[in-house]
Design a protein around this ligand. Structure first.
Ligand SMILES: CC(C)(COP(=O)(O)OP(=O)(O)OC[C@H]1O[C@@H](n2cnc3c(N)ncnc32)[C@H](O)[C@@H]1OP(=O)(O)O)[C@@H](O)C(=O)NCCC(=O)NCCS
Length: 182
């Protein structure tokens, strides 16, 4: 299956709201509110991505940055495209976009969401705690984070795979010392 990934655009709003209903709503979960989705399309779009199959949106990753921290708020792929490479393309685009902008990236995930937890782990994220009553009474989320060291390792892996250009080596200081004027 050929997929394309690109940044969100303002006109993606209806497709995102539809996928929220089809992916989360159909599974009996809460869906994102239109205000946040609109913000992602119009304001946070440089770090939010859509994956398309034959021009049709089939998945998305939403995130925002605060200083040198990223927060990945949603990652979702339509059931008909789960288990394909679509999710990896979204993650790759996201990692490339934040790699040089942040030191830390946060995720939250429910205990039973093994696929999402496995994906976070492959990025080098570690589970650092649990938040209770996160989206409402009784809702517990695992908080995980890619820290500075994990980002360093991720960068090396991406460089090896040719997904990001190598960081330019720091400029060498001149080695010739000027003799002190007599
Ligand atoms: C989470 C989600 C985006 C993952 O996408 P997906 O296409 O289903 O992911 P995959 O089935 O390809 O699995 C991703 C990786 O996790 C691994 N994985 C999947 N289920 C797993 C399980 N039960 N235990 C361990 N690893 C698992 C897979 O092996 C795969 O790794 P690989 O590509 O190296 O083989 C998708 O399932 C989804 O949209 N779910 C509904 C929305 C959601 O829960 N989003 C996350 C919270 S915001």
């Amino acid at each position: 299956m050929a997929y394309q990934v690109r940044n969100l655009e303002s006109s993606d709003f209806p497709a995102l709201m539809r996928m929220e209903r089809e992916i989360f709503g159909a599974a009996g979960e809460e869906v994102l509110g239109p205000y946040y989705v609109r913000l992602c399309c119009d304001f946070f779009s440089s770090n939010c991505f859509l994956v398309l199959s034959d021009g049709e949106p089939v998945g998305y990753l939403l995130s925002f940055l605060k200083g040198r921290e990223a927060y990945c708020s949603t990652l979702a792929v339509a059931p008909s495209h789960q288990g394909t490479r679509a999710v990896h393309l979204l993650i790759r685009a996201f990692v490339r976009s934040i790699m040089d902008q942040v030191d830390v990236c946060w995720f939250t995930v429910s205990e039973e969401n093994q696929a999402a937890r496995a994906l976070h782990q492959t990025l080098g994220a570690t589970e650092v705690g649990r938040r209770h009553d996160f989206y409402g009474p009784g809702d517990t989320r695992i908080v995980s984070c890619i820290d500075r060291d994990a980002f360093q390792k991720l960068r090396q892996r991406y460089e090896k795979l040719g997904l990001v250009p190598p960081r330019p080596a720091p400029r060498a200081e001149p080695t010739v010392l000027l003799e002190a004027a007599q």
